[in-house]
Design a protein around this ligand. Sequence first.
Ligand code: GDP
Length: 333
Amino acid sequence: MDTTDLAQGVAAGDRRALARAITLVESGRPDHRQAARALLEQLAGLGRQSLRIGLSGTPGVGKSTFIETFGQMLTGQGLRVAVLAVDPSSTRSGGSILGDKTRMERLSRDPRAFIRPSPSQTELGGVARRTREAVALCEAAGFDIVLIETVGVGQSETLVAEMCDLFVLLLAPAGGDELQGVKRGIMEIADIILVNKADGELKAAAQRTCADYAGALRLLRKRPQDPEGYPLAMTVSALDALGLQEAWRRMQALADWRRDHGFWAARRSEQARHWFEEEVRQGLLQRLTADPVQRARMARIGASVAEGRTTPGAAAARVLALLDNPGDESLDA
Ligand code: GDP
């Protein structure tokens, strides 16, 4: 498959070409994988970089509403915005919390925006690669901002944090004055916490929640990649478009500071190295399980580990030896 035309379409910022290219990187077919790799290599030469913003929050917190208003604010300033979703719920059930077509209706019709829902029925490993490659395609297509949205469950935030430049956590006003059950891990990867729904009757609760989180953030260890005052918490109303300019100003200030101090480039190279290692890991696993005979062997060795007849280390060494001697039946013993 020749990907030259597709590469040209993507590089020219054509949204239909971009959609087709993402479909290509989502495919698991070996010939498609090969074409996808060729395409990504062709486009890497452009060296374009977007600001990649990870956005996480539990269902109902207002992510779609936020992206709709925030996205339109950005496109209104002449910026081009791509939105990608990482939805762990779609990996198991095929159902999806994100990526519903009725979400972000106005933004999806905006010529400066591109919205792509999460693909269904892939494993988390597959979602990770697909999203990372989709991000690369959006960058090549010249988008200024790539928003990578995820639901605050499972490991999806860590995954998104590994492909973004800034991580934004969206929270809802809490009823009481206690912190919501936000895992410590996510507090540590958040650069900016936005307490949403700071409007009408919820305004006071939002302000209290924001103060609580600001306090909690001050207790965290100071990170070298942050200027004074970050990570920070602030209130917004996605519905009434309140505080969004300020939130954007804070995101830009953080991004600029990191760029000026070398942390941006360092993070990007660290991420690239991580993804390289991840690809190798996935590739090895795939080679070990591609063939039904190998798969059956893996299952048998796994069962023997589960029953305590083999230690995990010895079993893994045997499985890795299969890579050198796929026909060696003594390994089954
Ligand atoms: P998501 O599941 O995180 O994508 O959340 P949605 O964007 O679908 O919002 C869930 C509900 O919260 C909807 O009824 C929204 O209208 C409401 N909502 C979202 N943002 C705001 C806000 O800023 N203020 C208020 N009062 N309601 C909001």
